[in-house]
Design a binder for this molecule. Sequence first.
Ligand SMILES: Nc1ncnc2c1ncn2[C@@H]1O[C@H](COP(=O)(O)OP(=O)(O)OP(=O)(O)O)[C@@H](O)[C@H]1O
Length: 321
Amino acid sequence: MIRTVGLRKEFRTRRATTTAVAGLTLEIPRGRVTGLLGLNGAGKTTTIKILATLLRPTAGTVLVDDLDPLRDAGAVRRRINLIAGGERMVYARMTGRENLWYFGRLYDVPGAVLRPRVAELLELVGLSAAADTRVERYSRGMTQRLSIARGLINDPAYLLLDEPTLGLDAPIARDLRRVVARLAAEGTGVLLTSHYLAEVEELCQHVYVIAGGHHLTAGSPAELTARAGCHRSVRVTVTGAGPEVAAAVESLAADLGAAAVLDRAADGSLVASLSHPGEIAGPLAMAVVGAGGTLAGLEVAEPTLEDAILALNDRAGMVSA
Ligand SMILES: Nc1ncnc2c1ncn2[C@@H]1O[C@H](COP(=O)(O)OP(=O)(O)OP(=O)(O)O)[C@@H](O)[C@H]1O
């Protein structure tokens, strides 16, 4: 387990002090994908860099399997690795294979283990054919894929993923998600930050939401969605809708206490969305037809983690990024 208690990081310049992380207490157990969410500047990357031993906290504690990174940096580094989507973490002058070999040796992976692992990882990220090409000739996506292989080279007990699929083609991003889910199922502790909330929803069993370096809330994606008060929404498209259809929809929404948004599409159809915890598709369709409208479409959308995060941040008074 990685545990942080009261983690704090201040960046001081001559002119100002920025508090990037303001007392975070987190638990990242093995065998689970834990999410860390927040808007731009919330403190996610700073937290991950502290856990990766790249930054020293100003205050608070971090323990990695009861080891203190400040005292046992070597042992901690052997247990963790970092994949950061936005950063080039490999050497341009070396080939893909040479990079993996180099980083593997840095992590003290014995040669007999490293040789097959390098080949396996190159295969995993689809770089076997380009293994002996220098990275300076790789595309951005290829470099990013090599960074993913580099992040797995020490078979880490804890994998820190900071926007790992940023800029990746959809099939490679999907493969990476599969690898992450498999590693967690096999016992790796994963911490994930991502702006792709569908990715977080798919992978994470537990999510911490932070804002301004503070803890806002935590729970499973389903718990967060329920807590944020986000409901399933039903959207109908109605052709030939006179004012009486709009009035019927508004009256139904008022009776049910449902949130309603009514709009006109470019072709003049009425588009009405009602959001409510109960089953409202039937009553809504009946109200439309009863008022003389023709139902051209009906969609039911389950609330997403994205809806929940936006609602939670709005409630906390954060400005959407
Ligand atoms: N080296 C630094 N010096 C000064 N301030 C910094 C430094 N690094 C980060 N900050 C500030 O700390 C705060 C948190 O930044 P951080 O990068 O951790 O946020 P984030 O949640 O990862 O944001 P994003 O989603 O944009 O990547 C921001 O206000 C940022 O400007």
